[in-house]
Each structure stands twice: as structure tokens, then as C-alpha cells.
Design a protein around this ligand. Structure first.
Ligand code: NAD
Length: 480
């Protein structure tokens, strides 16, 4: 059975306690590896290493830092197939998705911030003839980076790449449910010659290893992606310590479909935004609002195409949706489908666990599920399910659907489907979410600010925003 190790001070090491946790392959429903059950002592060791490495890393010529990060990106590209397979086994996602989305994006994250570091310049402001100001941005110190299980290596690198590029050293923790690719990544860092202690990866449980990271007094910045409930706990712990916080949290994203949309595009993309990665993407649209005049046509077509999706072995090329990440998560999703029934919803298709013969007989599979007949205020339409479950609701007027879209505590992303340019601008301005896609979904430019409003988060990742987050501005004013 494969053993995962912590990566501390440049070495792959066992946890100090010697304790390990089971790691499941969700498609098979069985334990296939073990991961360190780290605690505050391992985090302390990681902090000591990160502190010792900070001077060398933060003062290293930026071109050299950038070259090391680029080398890591090259190694990810070299190991694309191996990493994609590992991600699929660990998370349950289709391997073909990991090959074109997760792993290429992990390498793109490293490459993007490797080059971003070189272009991240100081600013100067001339105050008339009186003074000149220059603003330097120094790396903040040791960054704590904590990531979730849905896009494991993709989101892990989305945090550590800008942290390292900025000159910070890092103590990071991937999700205990999907630790494998972060472990493989630590091996690539060693191969690429990343100096010891610059990146430290401590595996283990959130309330134990994760909590030790966020509480540590020598970690001044926390970049976290995960659930809103965990985000709240992190904010409560770190606010009195005056830590810098970036929180990327949950969503309940609306897809707003007007009658004048490109119908074919709207349906095709809505299927993707509903069920890609089993609906386990924070940006998935889980509430679909369709203008009354095309509502029936849309539901019929959407349900027909949902029924055609193949749920099955993530390693098969024909699979559209794989396994959910864990048994507990599968049960949570199924419980929400039951709740939808109790709330008066009609299950148009799906609604059940899927049993697959052979290798995946014990896996955690759920049918892509479409629900109609629910009002916007019910729990099914208010709470994040984070699985292959969407509801479809008709609307009559623009103002009405804007109200529906904004009716949850979340505000991460939204899609708007219309061929009317003025309406697109109008609705985009009114929807309270950090990201709005018009006539598309998940089209990403890594330079753009990424993050949510309301309970979907605090702060933005991506581009200069991320490099600013991991640095502290200092303004020096000189009298002329
Ligand atoms: P989670 O909050 O349970 O866990 C996320 C990470 O936090 C894990 O590494 C976990 O071990 C750690 N953690 C848990 N408790 C902790 C604590 N007390 N202190 C420190 N760390 C702790 O989330 P999850 O179930 O892994 O991920 C799913 C959630 O993530 C969904 O709500 C989803 O919407 C959200 N998400 C958001 C984005 C975004 O960009 N906004 C992206 C992906 C996922």
C-alpha cells in the first residue's frame, strides 16, 4: 500500500507521532494508501524550516526563483499522465478530465506566476515638486495555504505558486481526502531543486494539522479555499491575530437563461456547468433559471441530455461523471435529493445512487439529477449541495430573475445567456457575484480577479491580486 509522506525541510518524512490515516479510492470504495495524521508538532517543524529558508528565498534574484518554478511546471507537464491517473484514483473524477483540466492547469499556475514574479514591479508616485514616493512590496513571510478536495492539484498550486513567486516560504496542507498529487508534487519540487524549507507540505486533518497552521503565530497570511463553515472558523481564529486572509468559499451559482439566448449553446454549456467533475466545482451552476417562454423546451432538452450522460468508472474514456469524493459526501448529496422531494420538488431524472458492476461495485456514484417545481427560498435552492444536482425554475421578468439570483447568502459566480448586449450588461451589473460569465462558463484568464462576494469569500486570487496578497506594501517618501 502506497505511503504518503510529509515534505518538510526538503525531505519526505513520516509524521512525528508515527500515525497515519486511511486514504480511499472513491470509485472503488476502498483504502488504497495512507497519509500522515500530522499535528501541531509537524506544523512547528515545518514553520521552523520555512523560517530558516525565508531569507535565502525572499532575497534570491527573481529570475532564479522564476526559473525554479518554471522547472516544476515542466516536470508537471512531463508527468501529465501519471498525475492525471493519480488525481482520478484519489478523487473519483474522470481521468480524461484530469488530463485536460486539472493537471494542465496546475502546470499553468506554476508557469503563470513564475513569469508574473518577473513583471511584478514597484511603483513610484511623484508628489508635485515636493516629494517622491516609492512603494516596495516585500514578501509577507511564511504563508499558510490550505486547499480542498475537488480540484486537488489545481487549487493547491493556485495558492502556492503566487506565494512562492512573491518570495514567501510556505506551509501548505492539501485536503486529507485527496492528498496524493500534492505528495507527487513534493517529489517534483525536490527534483526541480527547490531549496529546502521553501515549500513544506503537512498532510492530515483540518481540525488538527489545518488548525495548527492557521493558529501559528509565525504565519502572518492564510490563503484558504474550502467550505463556508470552515472559512468562518478560520476567520474567527485569525482575526484577533490580525492575519491577512484570503478566503475562497462555497457557492450556489445561478445560470440565467433568457428566451433570446443561443439555445443550443445555452443547453450544451449548462450541462457542463451542472455536471462537470460530478458538479463538484465551486463554479458549477446549481440553480438554473429559464425564461417562461422557453422553459418547457429547455427542461425537455436538458433532461434528455442529462439522461444520456454516462456515470461510471473514472478510468474509462466514455465516462462523463465519475465517483463522488467520499461515502460521507455521497450520503450528503443523496440526503439533499431526499430533502428536495420533501420540499415538493419533482425529480425529472436521476435521484439515486448508481451501482456499477466490476471494479467499481463499492464506489460512491450518484446519478446526474435534475429537479423542478421548487421555490427559490427552499433549502435545496439555498444551500450548497456540491454534487451532480441542479434545479430548474421558470421566471417571467428580468427584475424577478435578478432577485432569484441574489436570493442566497452566496455570491461566487453566475452565467447569463442572452443575445441582447444591453441586457447582458444590465444583468451582469445587478448580479451580486464576484465572477459573471456571459454566454459561456469557466472561460478563465489567470490575470483576472477570482473570488466571491457575501459568504462566498473574502479577497481575490489571480494575477496581481494574488501577488499583492502575499506581499506587504511599504511606502517610502523622500522630500525633494
Ligand atoms: P473544507 O472546508 O471541509 O476543507 C477545505 C480544507 O480545509 C481541507 O484541507 C481541510 O482539511 C481544511 N480544514 C478543515 N477544517 C479546518 C480548520 N479548522 N482549520 C484549518 N483547516 C481546516 O472544504 P472541502 O469539503 O474540502 O471543499 C469543498 C468546499 O470548498 C465547497 O464548499 C466548495 O464550494 C469550496 N470551494 C470553493 C472554491 C472557491 O474558489 N471559492 C473552490 C473550490 C472549492
Amino acid at each position: 500500500m502506497e505511503k504518503i509522506y510529509n515534505y518538510i525541510n526538503g525531505e519526505l518524512v513520516e509524521p512525528i507521532s508515527g500515525k497515519f490515516l486511511s486514504n480511499y479510492s472513491p470509485a472503488e470504495g476502498k483504502i488504497y494508501s495512507v497519509i500522515p495524521d500530522s499535528d501541531q508538532h509537524d506544523v512547528e517543524k515545518a514553520v521552523v524550516a520555512a523560517k530558516a529558508a525565508f531569507i535565502q528565498w525572499s532575497t534570491m534574484a527573481v529570475e532564479k526563483r522564476s526559473a525554479i518554478l518554471t522547472r516544476i511546471a515542466d516536470l508537471i507537464d512531463r508527468d501529465l499522465d501519471k498525475l492525471a491517473l493519480a488525481e482520478s484514483i484519489d478523487n473519483g473524477k474522470p481521468v480524461k478530465l484530469a488530463k485536460v483540466v486539472d493537471i494542465p492547469r496546475a502546470s499553468a499556475n506554476m508557469r503563470f506566476f513564475a513569469s508574473g514574479a518577473i513583471h511584478f514591479a514597484s511603483e513610484a508616485h511623484v508628489t508635485g515638486t515636493d516629494a517622491i514616493n516609492y512603494t516596495v512590496r516585500n514578501p509577507i513571510g511564511i504563508a499558510g495555504c490550505i486547499s480542498p478536495w475537488n480540484l486537488p492539484l489545481y487549487l493547491f498550486t493556485w495558492k502556492i505558486a503566487p506565494a512562492l513567486a512573491s518570495g514567501c516560504t510556505v506551509v501548505a496542507k492539501p485536503s486529507e481526502l485527496t492528498p496524493m498529487t500534492a505528495f507527487l508534487f513534493s517529489r517534483l519540487c525536490i527534483e526541480a531543486g527547490l531549496p529546502k524549507g521553501v515549500l513544506n507540505i503537512v498532510h492530515g486533518l483540518g481540525p488538527k494539522a489545518g488548525q495548527a497552521i492557521i493558529e501559528h503565530p509565525e504565519i502572518p497570511a492564510i490563503s484558504f479555499t474550502g467550505g463556508t463553515v470552515t472559512g468562518k472558523k478560520i476567520a474567527a481564529t485569525t482575526a484577533p491575530m490580525f492575519k491577512k486572509l484570503s478566503l475562497e468559499l462555497g457557492g450556489k451559482n445561478p445560470n440565467i437563461i433568457f428566451a433570446d439566448c443561443d439555445f443550443e449553446q445555452a443547453v450544451t454549456t449548462s450541462i457542463q456547468s451542472s455536471f462537470s467533475n460530478q458538479g463538484e466545482i465551486c463554479l458549477c451552476g446549481s440553480r438554473i433559471f429559464v425564461e417562461q417562454s422557453i422553459y418547457k423546451k429547455f427542461v425537455d432538452e436538458f433532461v434528455k441530455r442529462t439522461k444520456a450522460l454516462i456515470t461510471g468508472d473514472p478510468l474509462s474514456d466514455v465516462t462523463n461523471t465519475g465517483a463522488l469524493v467520499s461515502e460521507a459526501h455521497m450520503n450528503k448529496v443523496l440526503a439533499y435529493i431526499d430533502l428536495a422531494r420533501q420540499e415538493g420538488g419533482t425529480i425529472e431524472t436521476g435521484g439515486n445512487r448508481v451501482t456499477i458492476s466490476g471494479r467499481c461495485a463499492q464506489g460512491y456514484f450518484v446519478e446526474p439529477t435534475v429537479i423542478t417545481g421548487l421555490n427559490c427560498a427552499c433549502r435545496t435552492n439555498q444551500e450548497e449541495i456540491f454534487g451532480p444536482v441542479v434545479s430548474i425554475t421558470p421566471f417571467a421578468k428580468e427584475e424577478e430573475v435578478i432577485g432569484y439570483a441574489n436570493s442566497t447568502p452566496y455570491g461566487l459566480s453566475a452565467t447569463i445567456w442572452t443575445e441582447n448586449l444591453k441586457r447582458a450588461h444590465r444583468v451582469a451589473a445587478e448580479v451580486k457575484s464576484g465572477i459573471v460569465w456571459v454566454n459561456c462558463w469557466l472561460v478563465r484568464d489567470l490575470r483576472t480577479p477570482f473570488g466571491g462576494m457575501k459568504q462566498s469569500g473574502v479577497g481575490r486570487e489571480g494575477g496581481w491580486e494574488a501577488l499583492r496578497f502575499f506581499t506587504e506594501a511599504k511606502n517610502v517618501c523622500i522630500k525633494l
